[in-house]
Design a protein around this ligand. Structure first.
Ligand SMILES: C[S@@+](CC[C@H](N)C(=O)[O-])C[C@H]1O[C@@H](n2cnc3c(N)ncnc32)[C@H](O)[C@@H]1O
Length: 482
């Protein structure tokens, strides 16, 4: 059977979602893809009497049809459901099926082409997940002022296709509530970054209230924003352990990085690390270095002079890059660049797969693809406090997701990190952290990160298993977003 995106919502979460309706009990309500009927149970519990629901999977339909005699259940494709402006409320957990897989639903008469022939989907990006089709269809089916309560993985909102979709969606409705929820949200799948939206059709100018919840042991708990972003139990800010700055910006990499002329004495070049790809493991010791062109003030040979003249003319002619053009107009030494000490711990501006903080043992210069972290405390202890799942998880939460697995970290994301109280970490644990830092660097074995996490967990209310699972889930969630 083709993948129908069957991920079922837990009862406590479904009841909470239904509680978000403020509608009379006889309001017309639709559940577009009811699965095993968790929202139908919740709607019954709240006393709603006029409910219609669809489910494409015949086996699920057969299993549930006798269970809700008071409701109208249909074994049909919601995306082809007739009519519009018919419902006061819609509650749903739509299937999550990537665009590449939509055509596999051909046996149900669902293909990208048939979907695209419906004008209500015309504003969707070509890479739209089936979620987006469900949401646009639901909005179309709502009466003006009608309410849509929908749950979906939040990282998807940050994906590139998400931005275009949000614009389309927000042209038709406003977001009254945005609830970030983590923990046991779905029956089998542990996704960390999950969002519930309450959308109001036609009310595009309402203010959004944001909330944070945790689903645990069948209940729901409110979580403060700070706790969610940075673990309430950690209160020791990054600024007390280190400073961070961006690496060296040349303003014109073509001119400065690996220029194609030899320099006789080599004096006009300095080694620089340009890309995370040139680093193996957690140290810069074996990093592949590039050559940064930076002629010494008193040694501008003929060869260098003619190279500089070539670039000066090119920049003046093309009127770019602007920063260098400005320098040419204001200084004879326009080509000099301000070096930024690369010593410390490096962290990549973009993360593709695994995060890692790298010890810059050689002190080589680092380009602006990196942040350079300079410790205020023992650098090996800091190295361990950075390379563990508590830190990685916070960065996964705060970084901006770009789709295709890419996560972009800003300086303020690093400055926004929190750690266990450094003063309260015992001397023996600090010693062990430093030793594990060395071990990580020497072995490049990612299992050491687990060992460090275990040690840090002594100072956290979130235990080792929980943080490891949360991190694994949020990371796989990011890597799955296309
Ligand atoms: C993510 S599950 C959610 C099920 C249930 N609402 C819940 O929250 O537990 C999505 C459901 O949509 C059904 N489905 C997939 N495509 C559908 C379609 N085109 N029309 C109606 N139901 C569909 C799947 O079989 C699955 O049961």
């Amino acid at each position: 059977m083709a993948d129908l995106g069957q991920v079922f919502t837990r009862g406590n979460v479904a009841r909470y979602m239904v509680s978000l309706f403020d509608l009379p009990k006889q309001a017309a309500i639709m559940d577009p893809c009811y699965g095993a009927g968790v929202f139908l149970d919740a709607l019954l519990g709240y006393g709603y009497s006029n409910v219609t629901a669809c489910e494409l999977d015949t086996a699920l339909f057969e299993n549930t049809r006798g269970k809700y005699p008071q409701y109208k259940l249909l074994n049909s494709d919601f995306l082809k459901y007739g009519g519009s402006n018919a419902y006061d409320g819609i509650v749903m957990n739509p299937p999550y099926i990537r665009q590449e897989k939509i055509d596999e639903l051909g046996q149900y008469g669902i293909t990208k082409e048939t979907l695209r022939s419906n004008p209500i989907f015309s504003g969707l990006p070509s890479t739209a997940n089936i979620y987006m089709f469900f949401i646009m269809k639901a909005i179309d089916l709502l009466k003006d002022g009608g309410q849509l309560i929908v749950i979906f993985p939040g990282s998807w909102m940050n994906a590139r296709s998400g931005t275009e979709f949000q614009e389309t969606m927000l042209s038709k409705c406003g977001v009254e509530k945005q609830i970030h929820i983590h923990g046991d949200v779905f029956e089998r799948e542990a996704l960390v970054d999950v969002v519930i939206l309450k959308l109001m059709k036609g009310k595009t100018d309402i203010n959004t209230v944001e909330e944070y919840l945790e689903s645990k042991d069948g209940g729901l708990q409110s979580v403060s924003l700070r706790e969610n972003k940075a673990f309430g139990e950690f209160s020791y800010p990054f600024s007390r352990l280190a400073t961070v700055r961006r690496g060296l910006t040349t303003g014109c990499n073509e001119m400065y990085i690996n220029p194609d002329f030899p320099c006789e004495d080599g004096g006009c070049f300095k080694p620089i690390i340009s890309s995370p790809k040139s680093i193996d493991g957690y140290t810069t010791l074996n990093a592949r270095l590039d050559r940064l062109f930076c002629p010494a003030e008193d040694a501008v040979s003929d060869e260098i002079s003619s190279y500089l003249d070539f670039w000066k003319n090119k920049i003046i002619q093309e009127k770019k890059p602007k920063t260098l053009l400005f320098k040419i107009n204001n200084s004879d030494k326009w080509y000099e660049i301000r070096e930024i000490c690369g010593e410390g711990i490096l962290f990549s501006y973009f993360v593709r797969n695994d995060m890692k903080f790298v010890m810059n043992e050689t002190g080589a210069l680092a380009r602006d693809n990196f942040y350079i972290i300079q410790p205020k405390v023992d650098k090996w202890v800091l190295f361990a406090l950075l390379n563990n799942y508590y830190t990685y998880y916070q960065l996964e939460l705060s970084g901006k997701k770009y789709g295709a697995g890419l996560l972009k970290l800003q300086r303020y994301d690093i400055e926004g990190l929190y750690f266990p109280d450094y003063e309260r970490i015992s001397d023996s644990d600090k010693k062990e952290m430093a030793a594990l830092g060395h071990k990580l660097l020497e072995s490049a074995d990612a299992s050491v990160i687990g060992e460090i996490t275990k040690l840090v967990s002594k100072y956290s209310r979130t235990n080792y298993r929980e943080i490891t699972e949360r991190y694994a889930a949020i990371k796989s969630n990011r890597l799955e977003v296309k």
